[in-house]
Write a new protein. Structure first.
Length: 180
């Protein structure tokens, strides 16, 4: 989510086929990620993830395969956990063969719990305080947008990668003068 700036709801649609590595000179330099806009009619759009994010996903998919899951393009990117080792006999158990998609709400809750466990965020104790300093999941999108801006990426390109609307004549003004 941090690498591509997508909404947590997109996890409900992400499959392995939606991650497309981009190579240059035999090295993976990024990966295209095909996402679903869960706010606007489940439309498709794309963004990119870093090579490190791609490598982590590839390692995760290989780990699942090692434990007996058949990995195809239709495999959900995130799935439930399973018992990995038979404690009595010390060998791998093939319970990974029956994956269940890990839904966005579960991922959202895991991220929220991680913020608390790491001490980054405290629970709201005072009833009059309704909001935290930052949003637990949406802050990843904000971080992505800020990093793109600091890298001097053109404003409209950032909007495209985040699937934001252009509104008004902003798009025609850019295309009329040429994007720099």
């Amino acid at each position: 989510m941090l690498s591509a700036g997508f909404r947590v709801g997109s996890w409900d649609f992400l499959q392995w086929k939606h991650i497309i590595p981009i190579e240059r000179d035999g090295m993976i330099v990024a990966a295209k990620i095909i996402l679903t806009n869960t706010k606007i009619n489940d439309t498709k759009y794309f963004s990119f993830i870093t090579p490190e994010a791609y490598d982590s996903l590839k390692i995760w998919m290989d780990f699942r395969k090692l434990h007996g899951e058949e990995i195809t393009g239709e495999s959900w990117l995130m799935r439930d956990t399973w018992q990995k080792i038979d404690r009595k006999h010390g060998h791998r158990i093939g319970l990974a063969k029956y994956p269940k998609k890990l839904k966005a709400i579960s991922i959202q809750n895991m991220i929220l719990e991680a913020w608390y466990l790491q001490g980054v965020r405290d629970r709201l104790l005072e009833p009059q305080i309704k909001r935290h300093e930052f949003k637990a999941n949406h802050s990843f999108r904000s971080f992505f947008e800020t990093k793109c801006q600091k890298a001097r990426m053109h404003h409209n390109f950032v909007k495209i990668l985040m699937d934001h609307s252009f509104g008004g004549s902003e798009l025609s003004q850019t295309y009329g003068t040429g994007i720099t």
